[in-house]
Design a protein around this ligand. Structure first.
Ligand code: NAD
Length: 508
């Protein structure tokens, strides 16, 4: 078991009431109703939000559409947009501690970890600011003397953004700066469990000079506030991060008006380990990969695929290291693993563990809850003897549960890795570069790490194969995803008439 740090509810916390941002105004929901958030790590209420509905969503979409049509943002130069994005990055940096506090209490995440996420978000805003000045199309001067072809990149229009609870500030920062760099207007709906940091971002955007209506933020549930964002005819694109089930629904809804859809969905990410790997480095990456963010991470390395010759040794070393992980109070700077997002989600994790045991897996560590006086916490759990057909090997548990499978040949490891519906990320561990490249090229995932895990950079695209999603965030692709392509086909000189020569077609 881990080193436990009992949660202490923040003594001086007053429940904060937030409002939504629509057309530059901070407003309540049309219904006047509010939702309350109980901190999952402390069991006390911390915030209240307007419970938006389709009426509020309609207003937000209208404001975004109007701001797009007037060109108040998309007619600015790239340099002007870039300067505002840089200002936003500086202001996020200044308010980093406040943003970290809210993500830590609302999501139950360790505060030290969130500080790193906010710093990562600042870097993304700065990177997107650079792209705002460098967004360009192509020209074709090779089409003959009479033709010049120019391919423009134009902002796609109104983009709706729907985000989950597990990385509230980081995930909106993987979308919004790129859409703003491209010149889009946006309607954002954060998770109903973790809206605070996104609303604080709204204050920052306003202060930094993003014009009214360009970014609108509505709060509430998916069914209440979110549904219209994938059906409304004035929304040109939906950018969604969340579960594969809701992603499927969004895509089906968007099909009615043929909107562009970008989806960042679930994962069941394998770490494939060969006997010649640097096992010291890997053991650390295995524990980090599985239990970072309490396993509530699309990128969690929740499936270890170990060569059978090293499996017993690796399992016992992982269990040893797990005992040193500090688990508990999200607000204690020493904490490495925090709370589980909700009681309902904790029950779902427990069901996966009991299901795995019933299927024949062995519980090698953890498996139960950690009963502090407040909040909901889960033991760091390791299941060995897992086989590729078991639900726990194929489905996203989204909790601190590591499944261990074994292989004998590289082909078998690749087959196991590819045998599920997800394809978000994977890693290969071997000192032989041929092994890394051969396996890495055959595993069907959007990211392949070699001898590392969960590293990232603003420049590197991120997204999924198969049912882990479509489209890419980060990197150049991100800004291009928020554009339409327009062809200018220009004729130079007098145009030779070919079809109707001198007179009407009937005379020809
Ligand atoms: P979720 O799908 O339940 O909810 C995500 C968002 O969608 C929330 O804001 C929710 O209110 C909204 N929503 C729900 N129903 C909706 C509807 N009918 N119409 C419009 N919006 C709706 O996901 P979650 O539980 O918040 O997050 C966990 C999931 O997110 C996991 O599956 C995880 O893998 C995935 N995720 C993926 C990535 C990635 O980049 N691939 C990153 C983080 C999380």
């Amino acid at each position: 078991m881990a080193v436990l740090i009992a949660p202490k509810p923040p003594a001086d916390i007053a429940v904060r009431d937030f409002k939504m941002l629509i057309d530059g105004e901070w407003v309540a929901a049309a219904s006047g109703r509010m939702l309350e958030r109980i901190a999952p790590g402390h069991g006390v209420p911390v915030s209240r939000y307007p419970e938006g509905s389709h009426i509020d969503a309609e207003h937000a979409i209208a404001a975004a559409k109007q701001s797009f049509d007037t060109g108040i943002w998309n007619s600015k130069t790239g340099a002007e947009r870039s300067n505002i994005l840089l200002k936003i990055a500086d202001m996020i940096e200044k308010r980093a501690e406040e943003l970290s506090f809210w993500d830590a209490v609302e999501a139950g995440k360790p505060i030290s970890q969130v500080r790193g996420e906010i710093a990562g978000a600042v870097d993304i805003w700065r990177y997107a600011a650079a792209l705002a000045r460098d967004l360009h199309g192509e020209s074709y001067n090779t089409l003959g003397d009479g033709t010049l072809g120019v391919v423009l990149r134009e902002a796609i229009g109104v983009v709706s953004m729907i985000t989950p609870w597990n990385f509230p500030f980081l995930i909106i920062s993987q979308k919004l700066p790129f859409a703003l760099a491209a010149g889009c207007s946006c309607v954002v709906k954060p998770s109903e469990m973790t809206s605070a940091s996104t609303l604080i971002l709204g204050e920052i955007l306003t202060e930094a000079g993003v014009p009214a209506g360009v970014v609108n933020i509505i709060t509430g549930t998916g069914a209440g506030a979110g549904a219209l964002l994938s059906t409304h005819a004035d929304v040109d694109m939906v950018s969604f991060t969340g579960s594969t089930g809701v992603g499927r629904l969004i895509m089906a809804n968007a099909a009615q008006t043929l909107k562009k859809v970008s989806l960042e969905l679930g994962g069941k990410n394998p770490q494939i380990v060969f006997p010649d790997a640097d096992l010291d480095a890997f053991i650390d990456a295995a524990v980090f990969g599985a239990y970072f963010n309490a396993g509530e991470c699309c990128n969690a390395g929740s499936r270890l695929i170990l060569h059978k010759d090293i499996a017993d040794d690796v399992i016992s070393r992982i269990i040893d290291l797990t005992k040193k992980v500090r688990l508990g109070d999200p607000l204690d700077p020493q904490t490495q693993v925090g709370a589980i997002i909700s009681q309902q989600h904790l029950e779902k994790i427990k069901t996966y563990i009991s299901g795995a045991k019933a299927d024949g897996a062995a519980l090698s560590a953890g498996g139960g809850t950690v009963d502090f006086d407040s909040g909901q916490y889960m033991e760091l759990t390791l299941l060995s003897g897992v086989t590729p057909d078991m639900a726990v090997a194929r489905e996203e548990v989204f909790g601190p549960v590591l499944s261990v499978l074994t292989f004998e040949t590289a082909e078998e490891a690749i087959h196991i890795a590819n045998s599920i519906d997800y394809g978000l990320s994977a890693s290969v561990w071997s000192r032989d570069f041929d092994t890394c490249l051969t396996v890495g090229r055959k595993v069907r995932s959007g990211t392949i790490w070699m001898n590392t895990f969960m590293d990232g950079a603003s420049e590197l695209p991120f997204g999924g194969y198969k049912q882990s999603g479509q489209g890419r965030e980060l990197g150049r692709h991100a800004v291009e995803d928020y554009t339409e392509t327009k062809t200018l086909n220009m004729h130079i000189g007098s145009r030779k008439t070919l079809w109707v020569r001198g007179g009407s077609a009937a005379e020809e």
